[in-house]
Ligand binder design. Sequence first.
Ligand SMILES: NC(=O)c1ccc[n+]([C@@H]2O[C@H](COP(=O)([O-])OP(=O)(O)OC[C@H]3O[C@@H](n4cnc5c(N)ncnc54)[C@H](OP(=O)(O)O)[C@@H]3O)[C@@H](O)[C@H]2O)c1
Length: 161
Amino acid sequence: MARLRVKIGVIGAGAVGGTLARLLAKLGHQVSIANSRGPESLTALATEIGASSASMVDAAQAAEIVIVAIPTKAVADLPQSLFANVPGSVVVVDTGNYHPELRDGRIDAIDRGMLDSEWVAQQIGRPVIKAFNNILATSLREGSCERDDGADRSLGRGRFG
Ligand SMILES: NC(=O)c1ccc[n+]([C@@H]2O[C@H](COP(=O)([O-])OP(=O)(O)OC[C@H]3O[C@@H](n4cnc5c(N)ncnc54)[C@H](OP(=O)(O)O)[C@@H]3O)[C@@H](O)[C@H]2O)c1
């Protein structure tokens, strides 16, 4: 049975974004990676993992699925128009975990009880699906291995394989 090939834009190419991009590209998906420093800064990584480097806008606009894998506080810095021309059918995945002490500082709305994914959705003006936030990037990478049928165990054929 032919595998589904999906265009996936990954915003954030660090521990989680870089790992997901690597695994998804290995599965044959068309992956674009982006960060705040521009595509040139990701050329070497993109070449290594079989993805393309892109601006954030291009990564989002060319995708059928967009994965946002950046620190929660950085979501507020994303370009205002990032999703303006992205069709409503495009699924946006949020991998983030709010870490006020460690990294994000205080975000009042979340401290007052709003779900962090709800806050992210409000910032970007799009509903999000929370995923991959409950697994360490190292586990994702190291636990990823091909099953006998060729699917990837950590990502699963049903969702991304
Ligand atoms: N590490 C884990 O094991 C793990 C597991 C589950 C969930 N998470 C969550 O996933 C999210 C990402 O974590 P991570 O560990 O992958 O972080 P990371 O390794 O620090 O990588 C963050 C990435 O986001 C990019 N970035 C930062 N600010 C940006 C902005 N304003 N616009 C666009 N890109 C930006 C960074 O590149 P530039 O700075 O060059 O733009 C970098 O590529 C966090 O919310 C974290 O809590 C992490």
